[in-house]
Structures are given as structure tokens and as C-alpha cells.
Design a binder for this molecule. Structure first.
Ligand code: GLC
Length: 480
């Protein structure tokens, strides 16, 4: 029997939530089921060492600079709005949107450039949108012609046309773990949005119970595509399944607003999919996100950092700009903000999956490379406090955040300021974790010895005069 774990309350801090719809403001750790496959347990443990991953939303939608697939969804929300110049009626819009396939030609696509920059910045895994809700596959599926390798897509002539293959093999070669994002809903499939009826919202547009054969065809189609991804693209470490409204009806959480829109059974047979995926990829981590149970091996708060440490495996996905997919002149977060976010996440025991959106030309904006370079400078000095660490009480206190080595012999304390520019103070005083008696205390990135005093449960540090090397944060490393 799988062990059911319940953990502490989950509160989303509002500072990071830019778009309310992205948030899943509920207790994400409720109903977590610890996997019983020892290989999955082992992979999750290793995955928790990685801390920093790269998320990429890329598709034909990048050409219009819109919110991924969402403008196809006939819900009237800020993120589903359609620009009039893209079509006078909803149906014109859909036609024009799907025609984006015929102009998608990202000739500057060079995953080696991405992998090099991400690797230097300390990123250790990548999750790539093989298919978003619009149904356009960024891999060479046999199930549909709405794909990057179709002769309708100009990029299909390029030797790197199967971009999923290229991204996965390049990043894998650079030592990254590989994650496939895949949307369970498919707004292009006639077995999800049956053209007989108009689509009403994000959900399937017919009742699968009334038309079981149609739903069965959709299940087969989804199964086959996931079989392709897990059998023809080399070693895959994570299957990241989005579109949580495709779920068994009984699993709906009425406390979550968007889940209340689900009116019909949309059971995709995750047992069958998961078993197939694990046969193709022994021990693969599966994230059937927002569907608590056997197939949600870790939880995925979005655009938010939990206020408290969680005792289950978790990952926050947060955009580097404001948007998951490419928009021209996006508002990229500063390196300082990114590093502060990383510190907050790892002190709570989580991983940070930072999304960077490639443009329609096949490259990132120049500013992205500047940020990644700045982050790599910080990582070079401070990585020993970041990777392969675990959380430790008191997790965080005021501006201090804690991690520990897995053997418990090292405790790292990060001091951040959340001001526009970090200035290391002259003195620092912070609580020492219970029962931890350090023999050495060092500031990472500073060559000089520092003066420190341990009294009661507090350590006081007199910082050296020259603290100019301490950018973004001060990282204190204490060893037993
Ligand atoms: C949100 C968006 C979706 C995106 C996902 C990534 O749920 O709706 O488009 O793929 O975030 O986490």
C-alpha cells in the first residue's frame, strides 16, 4: 500500500503571483501518495538534488507573442483575449492560428547555445513543451499532421526539424536530466473538441460518457503520442503532464475555482499511460499535475513560492519574464530577483523550474543570456550551498534562509535583502539550527577569515571591510 503523506499547510505568497489564473491556491500537498516503486523513489531523491531547472514554452504561438495556446479557449479571461487583427470571428481566428504552422521557421534554433548558457548558470534539468493545449506537436508524431515535422511547416526541411529530439539529445549530452511537458487536453483533436459542437470552454466539448467511442479514440491518441515520446526520444527522466482538467471526475477538488468548470468525466486512464511510460522508461518521474495520487510524484506550484517548507517533493515553475511563452520586450526579472527566488525555494526543500521562452526565430532574447551569465558568476562561488542540499529548520527567519548538506555536517545560511541592489551589512546575527555546533564559519566567495561568535542559539559575524564581492546575497557556510 502506498503511504499517504499529509504535510503542513501550503500558503502561496502573493508577491510572485502575477496572473491569478496560474495559481492553484489550494493545499497542493493534500493527498500526496509516496510512490512505491523503489526506482521512482530513488529518482525523486536525485531530482531533489538538482534544484534549478529550465522550462521552455515554445510553439507556433510564439510568432504572435500571445499567451501560449490560450486564445483558442472560448473562456472570457484576460489571458484568452484575441487580437482583432488575427481574425474577425472566433472561427477565422482559429483558422489563422492553425495557419501559424505554415510560417513557423525558427532558423536560428541552436539548442547547444541554450544548453551552454543554462549549464553555466547551474541549471541541471530541462522541461520542454512537446505539445501544448493547442495540440501542435514539437516532435515528430505519427498521430497527426499538426506538427513541426509536417511538410506544411517550413522548418520541416531543416535537418533539426524534430526540435524535441534536438533539445533532448543536446541537453542530455551536457548532463541535464530530461523532462517532457505534454498537455493532456488537445484543442486540435476532433476527439477532444469534436467539430460537431462548438467548444464552450477549456474542457472536452461533448460528454465522454454519452460518446464513449469518441473518448476512447482520444484516449488511444494520447496514449500513442506519449508512447512515442517515451520510446523514441532516448532517456526521459520526467513526464510533466499539464491540463489538469483532463482527470477522473471523482478527483475534482471543488475548492479550486477552475476545477469547478469541469462538468464531465475526463478519465484518460492514467494507470495505463503510467504503466506504459514506466515500461519504456523504468523509474520515470511522472507529474500528473494537480491530480493528487499515484501519478503526481511531485507537486508543482505555479508562479508562486510556498511560504513554508513542504515535506513532499515539489517544484515551483516561475517565468523569467512575465509570460510562459515568447512576447516581444518581455519584462525579465533581475538576476538578483532570480537568485533570491532560488534561495527561498531551496530553503523550503523545493526545486526552481525557471521558464525561458524562445522566440519565433529560434533564440532567446539577448537579455536572457546576460542574466544567465550573471547567475553563473554567483553560482561559481555559491553552488556548494545550493545543490544536493535539503531544508533545515528554522527554514527561514527574517532575511535569513537555510539549507543543509544531506549528511547534516554543513549548514548554509543565505542572507538576502530584497532591495533593488544587495549590500552586505557590517554585522550579521542569525539563529543556529538546533543541535548544530559549527567548528568553522566561512563566507562563500570571500577569501579572508571572518570573526564570529556563537552564544546561545545565535551566531554573530563581523564582516570584513571589503564586501564588494558579495553580490545578490551573502552565503555563510558552517561546518561541524
Ligand atoms: C499555466 C498556463 C499554461 C502553462 C503552465 C505552465 O497553467 O495556463 O499555459 O503551460 O502554466 O506551468
Amino acid at each position: 500500500m502506498p503511504v499517504k503523506q499529509k504535510s503542513k499547510s501550503f500558503l502561496l505568497s502573493s508577491f510572485l503571483i502575477s496572473t491569478a489564473f496560474f495559481s492553484q491556491a489550494h493545499n497542493v500537498s493534500e493527498g500526496y501518495v509516496k510512490p512505491d516503486d523503489p526506482l521512482v523513489v530513488q529518482h525523486l531523491e536525485q531530482w531533489q538534488d538538482l534544484k534549478f531547472g529550465l522550462f521552455m514554452h515554445w510553439g507556433t504561438y510564439s510568432q504572435w507573442g500571445i499567451v501560449e495556446s490560450w486564445s483558442l479557449c472560448p473562456e472570457d479571461e484576460s489571458w484568452t483575449q484575441r487580437k482583432p487583427e488575427h481574425g474577425a470571428s472566433y472561427y477565422d481566428y482559429v483558422k489563422n492560428y492553425e495557419n501559424l504552422q505554415t510560417t513557423f521557421n525558427p532558423t536560428r534554433f541552436n539548442p547547444q547555445k541554450w544548453a551552454d548558457a543554462a549549464k553555466k548558470a547551474g541549471m541541471k534539468y530541462v522541461v520542454f513543451t512537446t505539445k501544448h493545449h493547442d495540440g501542435f506537436t514539437m516532435f515528430d508524431t505519427k498521430e497527426s499532421d499538426y506538427k513541426i515535422t509536417s511538410s506544411k511547416t517550413p522548418f520541416s526541411k531543416n535537418p533539426k526539424a524534430d526540435v524535441t529530439k534536438e533539445i533532448f539529445s543536446t541537453f542530455r549530452k551536457e548532463g541535464f536530466k530530461i523532462g517532457a511537458y505534454f498537455s493532456k487536453p488537445d484543442w486540435h483533436s476532433e476527439n477532444y473538441w469534436w467539430p460537431y459542437f462548438p467548444p464552450k470552454d477549456r474542457n472536452v466539448n461533448y460528454d465522454p460518457k454519452k460518446y464513449p467511442e469518441r473518448w476512447d479514440s482520444f484516449k488511444k491518441f494520447t496514449f500513442n503520442q506519449l508512447n512515442e515520446i517515451t520510446s523514441s526520444y532516448g532517456k526521459i527522466d520526467i513526464l510533466w503532464l499539464d491540463g489538469g482538467w483532463v482527470r477522473p471526475f471523482h478527483s475534482i477538488d471543488p475548492a479550486v475555482e477552475w476545477q469547478r468548470t469541469i462538468k464531465v468525466e475526463q478519465d484518460i486512464d492514467m494507470d495505463k499511460i503510467g504503466t506504459m511510460a514506466r515500461k519504456n522508461q523504468p523509474g520515470i518521474i511522472i507529474v500528473d499535475r494537480t491530480v493528487p495520487g499515484k501519478w503526481e510524484n511531485y507537486v508543482t506550484p505555479e508562479q508562486a513560492v510556498p511560504e513554508h517548507a513542504l515535506s513532499i517533493p515539489w517544484e515551483s515553475c516561475i517565468t523569467m519574464g512575465d509570460s510562459f511563452s515568447y512576447v516581444p520586450d518581455d519584462n525579465y526579472k533581475s538576476s538578483q530577483k532570480i537568485i533570491e527566488t532560488l534561495i527561498k525555494i531551496i530553503s523550503g526543500g523545493g526545486n526552481y523550474l525557471m521558464n525561458i521562452a524562445p522566440g519565433p526565430d529560434g533564440d532567446y532574447d539577448a537579455v536572457v543570456y546576460d542574466r544567465l551569465k550573471e547567475i553563473s558568476g554567483w553560482m561559481e562561488k555559491n553552488q556548494s550551498a545550493v545543490f544536493a542540499t535539503r531544508s533545515i529548520a528554522p527554514y527561514h527567519e527574517e532575511n535569513f534562509y537555510y539549507t543543509r548538506s544531506k549528511d547534516g555536517k554543513t549548514v548554509n545560511v543565505f542572507h538576502i535583502s530584497e532591495k533593488a541592489e544587495y549590500k552586505a551589512p557590517e554585522n550579521l546575527a542569525f539563529t543556529v539550527p538546533e543541535n548544530f555546533k559549527p567548528n568553522t564559519v566561512q563566507i562563500l566567495g570571500l577569501p579572508s577569515k571572518i570573526q564570529w561568535k556563537h552564544s546561545g542559539n545565535t551566531i554573530e559575524i563581523k564582516m570584513p571591510r571589503d564586501r564588494s564581492a558579495l553580490q545578490y546575497a551573502t552565503v555563510i557556510q558552517m561546518k561541524k
